[in-house]
Structures are given as structure tokens and as C-alpha cells.
Ligand binder design. Structure first.
Ligand SMILES: [Cu+2]
Length: 519
């Protein structure tokens, strides 16, 4: 069943209404994002010239009855991002974005990550329900070869029989529904610069429930990793690290403490690319992999097709939601269908960023090239979401409250939670395995997208009112702008152990982070 015109209008009203929220607070510097624009020194290309690349799907190196085995090498590579000029990237298998892992719900995989970079790394599967030893805890590092005798690193996962190994086996049971996940670096104190250099890739989990739906498939199911970068004259990435070798002092120059905003918008690693499409439906798995930039996505011309959202961070929605625009914070995923049959052949449809200015106001373009038969459809019902609807707070107790604010630590201004910067020894919460808690999250004086590892949650309220249409479904990241607060209902199941929750502005994250332990 397709979404009818009548439903479109009805849903369009509900789905398109966005609260007008103030962005202007101290610490915010325009473009609707918290951060400072870092202008490129290189000549930037004209938009909509480069074809959209799609990262290759990683093949398992072997497979047995219970597990599929993969290997990846984190290393430096040289890629052509700006036409005619090479950029050094640090990435998975030498490509940016890294290869896409495609897995099946309930089928265990193991990913052996080799580290050939000159720095330690820790790989986190964002959105994964993962045992703690494979979750990519910030100090659970894979050492680089030049740091073989540095015993200050915890790195227990990387100690082999013969001493240090420069690889680690991450085990993902994947006992979770189909969803768009992503993996990225999470090294203590250096997440921001290491992701900026290219350590990010997609991980797509599929399952039978989703397979049975007539949604666009194959070449019409396209992941879109959106991120911003800036370039030096010689084509290298610009980033205001205090120590550009990333081996010594962590952090960024004072002016960029709020966040680093690039002036070049990349999709799947290409600047303002173009995708030729037929006049049919396509599914796009949108991920904002930017360090600090938030987007408000809209289509132009806008008078025909909206975004038909079919999935959120945690997989399928119960029913599609129509949006005229979608606000996407860092690390959030929006799984949407765009129906290009609503446009004449020959139309150029631009994916705009309504929060951007000048160059950053555009993301990419779709060129509607031809008509084609379309067997796909967006059913009115996508998933029964029984577990989501059953979710209810367990026991009594008052909600836990976490305030994401600036803090002062030994005279230095930093970011923190409830007045404290990250301390890996401190435990902020000890939820019981199987319990469901309300967490009250408050953000000031800047935008802070809040991410919890291990779990998916339900947004109960935002600013004392009902959640936004973009808060729908299972979430692992909730977007809070300055002065906003949200109550989220979190089910702590899966595994016992220590995990982190943090702000996903990557210039805040290593400070604005805390532990929780599922007991
Ligand atoms: Cu933050």
C-alpha cells in the first residue's frame, strides 16, 4: 500500500510541523550548529559535478556455522576528494568512508581490526547492542606499532599471548533488529581529530521483517554519510589540533572548543555530489557523521515530494512519517524514501541544508534522468513495534538527571556532565539489567546531541511537551539544542558491564562523557 495523497496531506501536517527553537545562545556561532567555521585554504570545487560514491560492501574472510569473520586495517591512505588533488586520510582499509559491513540480525560476526596508524585507536559500533569488551570503550585501545611498550594504556583486549598485538577482535552478537549503524573511532581524548581524518563507516543490519517489506532495494537502497570538512592549500584536511601528530597533547585551539565546522559538505566522501536517479522511489539511509555540524535537510524544488521516513536510529518505525524538512544532529540516522516520480524527468532536485549559509546550504543533488517501472512501495504499516509500545518504567525511583554544560576544572573551561568532566573511574549510574529508567537530559549553553551506548530508547517529551516528529521510533541519540531538555525512556538490556554516554559533538565528547554500568 502506498501512502495516498490524503494520508500525505494529513501526515504532512503532523510530520512537517517543527517547533521554532532559539539557537542563539552563548557558545553557538551560527549555522544552527555549535562550533566555529574553519575556512578552507584550498580552492573548493563547483558543486554537483562529482558522482555520488557508494562505499563497497566488505566480504567476510571466512564463515562457519555460528559466525562470519571480517578483517579491516586502519591505515593512512591517499584519496582524491577535491578534483585533481590528493588528501591524506586515516581510515578503515584505506578508504573513506570505510567499507560497509552488512550483517543479519541474530547472526554473530567478528571483526578483526588491525592498527597500522601511528596512534592508538578504539573502534565503536554506534547503535550496536554489544558486550562491553567489544564496545570500543575509549581507553580500550589497539596500540600502534610505535607504542608497543607504553604500559599506560589499558588495552586489555589487545594483549595477545606474546605481548602486545596491534589488532583486536570485536565480537558483535547483533541480537537486535535491522537498522543503520555506523562504526567510528572512539580513542580517549582524540575522537574528534581521528574521525575528522576519516575513521568512520556504515554497518547495516538486515532482518526478515524488513526483507518482507516492498521498500526500495538493491541499488535503490543507498547509504548517505554526510559530513563537513575543511582543506588546506595542499589538499590535506585542516583541523585545529593542539598537537597535529595526535600523539601528545589532546584538544583543539581555544577558538574551536565549541566545535569544528567545515566549509565543504561531503556525502560518502565526495564534495556536493550528484546522483542520477530514475523517476522512482529510492531509500536513503542518512547519517550525519559530522563532528559539530547539524543539518536541516530539505528538498528543492520542494513542492512535490517530501521525505517519507521509514526508520530511525534503531530501525523501522511503526508507520511512515512525512517530513518537509529533517533536522539531523551528529550521529543520528534517518532512513527515508524519496519518490522521484513526483518530479518531471529532467528535474534537478537539490538536497538543501536549511541551517547552512552559502556553500554549506547545499548537500548534494539528484538528477531525475528517466522513467522506470517501480515495484517498490511504502506500506502504511512497517513494523508492529510491540516492544516499543510496551516499554514502561520499572519500579519507582525518580528519573536520573544529567545536565550537559560547561564546567570549570582547575581553572580551565571544559565540557562536562553534572558539573564534572569525564573521569573513567567515576560511575554516573548503575541501572539493573532488564530495568527501564527515565533519564532527564538537559543541554546548555550549546547544542548537545546525547548518545547512550548499548541501548535504544524512546523520547518521552521535549521541553515538557510532546517530542518532535524527528524524535520518533527507537533512538540512541537525541538532539538537544541550547536550553532544551528531553525525557527518554531507556531499557537496559543486553549485557552487564561498563559503557559510556556522551555528547556527540566530537569536540565536546571526550570531556562531556560519563560511565554507566549495567549491573
Ligand atoms: Cu556537546
Amino acid at each position: 500500500m502506498k501512502v495516498s495523497r490524503g494520508e500525505f496531506l494529513r501526515l504532512g501536517l503532523a510530520g512537517g510541523t517543527m517547533l521554532a527553537l532559539p539557537f542563539g545562545a552563548s557558545g553557538c556561532s551560527g549555522e544552527g550548529s555549535t562550533g566555529t567555521l574553519l575556512p578552507s585554504k584550498a580552492k573548493l570545487p563547483e558543486p554537483f559535478k562529482v558522482p555520488l560514491p557508494v562505499p563497497p560492501v566488505l566480504e567476510p574472510v571466512r564463515t562457519d556455522a555460528g559466525t562470519d569473520y571480517y578483517e579491516m586495517t586502519q591505515k593512512a591512505g591517499r584519496v582524491e576528494i577535491l578534483p585533481g588533488i590528493q588528501t591524506e586520510v586515516w581510515c578503515y582499509d584505506g578508504i573513506f568512508p570505510g567499507p560497509t559491513v552488512e550483517s543479519r540480525s541474530g547472526r554473530k560476526i567478528m571483526v578483526r581490526q588491525h592498527n597500522e596508524l601511528p596512534v592508538p585507536v578504539s573502534t565503536h559500533l554506534h547503535g550496536g547492542r554489544t558486550p562491553p569488551e567489544s564496545d570500543g570503550y575509549p581507553t580500550d585501545l589497539i596500540p600502534p606499532k610505535n607504542m608497543a611498550h607504553d604500559h599506560s594504556m589499558e588495552g586489555h583486549g589487545s594483549m595477545g599471548m606474546g605481548g602486545f598485538r596491534h589488532s583486536k577482535d570485536y565480537v558483535y552478537p547483533l541480537e537486535q533488529r535491522a537498522a543503520t549503524l555506523w562504526y567510528h573511532d572512539h580513542r580517549m581524548d582524540f575522537t574528534g581529530p581521528q574521525v575528522w581524518r576519516g575513521l568512520a563507516g556504515f554497518h547495516i543490519i538486515r532482518d526478515e521483517e524488513e526483507d518482507a517489506l516492498p521498500l526500495p532495494k538493491g541499488e535503490k537502497d543507498v547509504p548517505l554519510m554526510i559530513c563537513d570538512r575543511s582543506f588546506d592549500e595542499d589538499g590535506s584536511f585542516l583541523y585545529p589540533s593542539l598537537d597535529p601528530s595526535l600523539q601528545g597533547k589532546p584538544g583543539v585551539e581555544e577558538d574551536y572548543m565549541d566545535g569544528v565546522l567545515g566549509d565543504t559538505i561531503l556525502v560518502n566522501g565526495a564534495p556536493w555530489p550528484v546522483l542520477e536517479v530514475s523517476a522512482t522511489k529510492y531509500r536513503f539511509r542518512i547519517l550525519n557523521a559530522s563532528n559539530a555540524r547539524r543539518y536541516e535537510l530539505a528538498l528543492e524544488p520542494a513542492n512535490h515530494a517530501p521525505f517519507i521516513q521509514v526508520g530511525s536510529d534503531g530501525g523501522l518505525l511503526g508507520a511512515p512519517i512525512l517530513h518537509r524538512k529533517i533536522r539531523v544532529a551528529q550521529a543520528e540516522r534517518f532512513d527515508v524514501v524519496i519518490d522521484f516520480s513526483q518530479y518531471y524527468v529532467g528535474t534537478e532536485v537539490t538536497l538543501k541544508n536549511r541551517m547552512g549559509q552559502g556553500r554549506t546550504a547545499s548537500v548534494m543533488r539528484f538528477r531525475v534522468a528517466r522513467k522506470e517501472k517501480d515495484d517498490s512501495a511504502v506500506p502504511g504499516r512497517l513494523s508492529d513495534m510491540a516492544e516499543f509500545h510496551r516499554l514502561a518504567e520499572s519500579g519507582g525511583g525518580s528519573p536520573r538527571e544529567f545536565r550537559f554544560t560547561r564546567v570549570t576544572d582547575s581553572g580551565r573551561t571544559m565540557w562536562g556532565i553534572n558539573g564534572e568532566p569525564f573521569d573513567q573511574e567515576r560511575m554516573a549510574a548503575r541501572p539493573e539489567l532488564g530495568s527501564t529508567e527515565v533519564w532527564h537530559l538537559l543541554a546548555a549553553p550549546a547544542a548537545h546531541p546525547i548518545h547512550l551506548h548499548l541501548v535504544q530508547f524512546k523520547v518521552l517529551s521535549r521541553n515538557g511537551r510532546k517530542p518532535l516528529p524527528t524524535d520518533a521510533g527507537w533512538k540512541d541519540t537525541v538532539d538537544l539544542t541550547s536550553g532544551e531538555e528531553a525525557r527518554v525512556l531507556v531499557r537496559f538490556d543486553g549485557y552487564r558491564g561498563r559503557y559510556v554516554f556522551h555528547c556527540h559533538n566530537l569536540e565536546h565528547e571526550d570531556m562531556m562523557m560519563a560511565n554507566f554500568e549495567v549491573v
